[in-house]
Write a protein that binds this ligand. Structure first.
Ligand code: FES
Length: 105
């Protein structure tokens, strides 16, 4: 097993800010998080030594959002569409390569 409990532990911001401030939920983050979780389940890559997708509150990168971060490597991504989520899934979680076009530093 990988030294970290999950090979990839994803924190997916779904924070909603009332009053019109920028937040990840403006991009249907909850729906996208559910989509990623569903896909990892379908692919049978969830669990210890594999992948875990957690909901996260605001991680204070709202202006670069919507955001998610993947540990233990601490790779941050922004995304806008379902295709972006698919690319992170296929390239990073399955292919173990960083999606540089979506990465934020
Ligand atoms: S609302 Fe998602 S990082 Fe702040």
């Amino acid at each position: 097993m990988h030294p970290s409990y999950y090979r990839y532990h994803i924190f997916f911001c779904t924070n909603k800010r009332s009053g019109g401030g920028s937040c990840c939920q403006q991009y249907q983050a909850e729906e996208m998080r559910d989509y990623l979780k569903k896909r990892t389940k379908q692919l049978d890559i969830i669990g210890p030594g594999k992948v875990r997708v957690n909901i996260a509150g605001c991680m204070d990168r709202c202006k670069q959002g919507p955001v998610l971060v993947i540990y233990p490597e601490a790779i941050w991504y922004t995304w806008k569409t379902k295709a972006d989520i698919d690319e992170i899934l296929n390239t990073h979680l399955l292919g173990q390569q960083i999606v540089t076009r979506l990465q934020i530093l």
